[in-house]
Design a protein around this ligand. Sequence first.
Ligand SMILES: Cc1cc2nc3c(=O)[nH]c(=O)nc-3n(C[C@H](O)[C@H](O)[C@H](O)COP(=O)(O)O)c2cc1C
Length: 176
Amino acid sequence: MTSFIELLKTRRSIRRFKAQAVESEKIEWLKRALLSSPTGKHANDWEFVFVQNKDMLAKLSQTKEHGGEFVARAPLAVVIASDTAKDDNTWVEDCSIAAFNLQLAAESMGLSSCWMQCRGRKRNDGSLCEDNVRALLNLPDNLGVLCIVAIGYKDEERKPFDWEKLQYEKIHEEKF
Ligand SMILES: Cc1cc2nc3c(=O)[nH]c(=O)nc-3n(C[C@H](O)[C@H](O)[C@H](O)COP(=O)(O)O)c2cc1C
């Protein structure tokens, strides 16, 4: 098992994947990673849609104008949505944590991933990515769609982080 710090160092967004499917046992662990993610007030209002159908992956990749093409090249994508209707909710935070837990869990099992932002994104025809995803997957209107995480075995290499070259100027001690 790769150490957590090593995962942080080597995890990079991967947008090219091999055709190899993700094994069902690994998919079960990905589900556990999502469902054990913390949420504000323990609301657990999220919903997750696992998609492996090639046609649907291609359609999802086109739900915004740019930056989602890699979803069509992945063997698996997880759509991360949540009820947005409740007052005082933390749906964006809850979904973000779940999405990144998913990415790290994938990484820990030798898989790679990339986040496709949906919330706030559009197609050139003016349609919202969230509406387009809702229509494709029959999601109810009360569910906001934060993102789609594409997962698979990588077919490109990305450099790991160099600890010496991080932006340490972003870190402040005691006061800004
Ligand atoms: C909130 C968020 C939204 C992102 N949306 C997209 C996206 O729509 N398309 C894409 O190709 N990458 C997307 N990414 C991946 C980022 O481009 C990537 O994380 C960033 O360039 C840093 O690279 P790294 O993940 O390899 O460290 C997103 C990442 C985050 C955290």
